[in-house]
Design a protein around this ligand. Sequence first.
Ligand code: URA
Length: 224
Amino acid sequence: MKNYTKKFWDILNLIEDYEKYGFEDTHSEVSFSEGTADSKDEMLKSVREKVKACRLCGLSGLRTNSVPGEGAVNPLVMVIGEGPGAEEDKTGRPFVGRAGRYLDKWLDAVGLSREKNCFIGNIVKCRPPNNRDPKPEESFTCFPYLEKQIEILKPEVILTVGRIASQIMTGRSIGIGALRGKLYHYKDIPLVTTYHPSGVLRNPSLRPRVWDDLKLLKTVINNG
Ligand code: URA
């Protein structure tokens, strides 16, 4: 019964999105065939291509570019944000706006960088209009892409930034202030949560807490 209710809401949401954005629902969910790709590069490329062609939710009808994520192929850390903003939508690259430049500083402070040892991704791969929170059904629909990326990348640690990514990846629906400061696991991968860089830019008093979270991240890396 629960399954039918969910299907019913999925269909209603698809109709609502279709009426609003006119996207084409060519397939109902993300699927990955047992491909012949044998290198991480090839497997990541195949996810990237699927994301570029994705029309599974209404966000796809609003995008300039989808933002599959990018970075090191054997990352120490996979950073997971919420979803692309205006700059990211324009360029197709994750965290390249003001918040992204701030995130780069955080990573640099603990010896990390997106070029050398981090992969940067997001919960949803297309920009939500006016930077609103992704809807639960958008996050749910997009999640298999992230799941597949994690499976391919096998990061040593995951760092989630912001409430949405932290709640989804820990499966807990409490605020980020209560979530952060502890170590979690996603499928056996250690996971650290912290505030979103754009939240910290708005509220610099959060900086000491972010620093504590980055130190926790560093400790987990060093112990790994
Ligand atoms: N904020 C996010 O959560 N992700 C991005 O890629 C950019 C800004």
